[in-house]
Design a protein around this ligand. Structure first.
Ligand code: NI
Length: 188
């Protein structure tokens, strides 16, 4: 098990277009293992390789949070997309930020699995959202680029709230500056 450090918004790796993988060698399998472990450790629904500092086209997505089954996708791309849904989104590279993003209601993704076999999968609802979000990472795109600006909030810990947190409105500019400060404090 290797839990890797997740890079934060402002890190140039997150803005690079991911390199497609030609061979699935031991390094790629190790990378997928690390992505899976890091995603689970952070309780995320998905993670792209760029988020652990590796700009290649590999992502993991929780297939079913209850069974902990994880999809491992190499060179994924959306081949069909249909409809629209609005919903709240977050990202492990933009910790404690939330906002509304419009995504397709349904997507079909073509990818290669870790055994090297072509695969397609269909996702609706939350799965369509997760797949769209993770595949955006491969293009260097983050949810903050697509967010409905008025919906952007920080989640602040607050014991007096039933949920354990309160929301605090912010702007795209303020949030980007906050992540720059966070990265400076962490030294990355
Ligand atoms: Ni993300």
């Amino acid at each position: 098990m290797a839990v890797r450090r997740i890079v934060y918004c402002g890190d140039p790796t997150l803005r690079r277009k991911a390199r497609r993988l030609r061979n699935i060698d031991e390094d790629v399998i190790q990378l997928l293992d690390d992505l899976r472990d890091t995603m689970r450790h952070a309780s995320g629904l998905g993670l792209a390789a760029a988020q652990i500092g590796v700009p290649v086209a590999a992502v993991t997505v929780m297939r079913d949070p209850e069974s902990e089954r994880v999809l491992e996708l190499i060179n994924p791309r959306i081949i069909e997309s249909e409809g629209e849904q609005e919903g709240t989104e977050a990202c492990l590279s933009l910790p404690t930020l939330r906002g509304m993003v419009i995504r397709p209601a349904r997507v079909v993704v073509a990818a290669v699995d870790p055994s090297g076999n072509p695969t397609t999968l269909e996702g609706e609802g939350l799965m369509a959202r997760c797949l769209s979000h993770e595949l955006d990472h491969l293009e260097g795109r983050l949810f903050i680029d697509l967010v409905e600006p008025d919906s952007l909030v920080w989640l602040r810990p607050d014991e007096s709230e039933e949920s354990g947190y309160r929301t605090e409105p912010t702007t795209v500019e303020e949030a980007l500056e906050a992540f720059d400060r966070l990265r400076a404090r962490r030294g990355s």
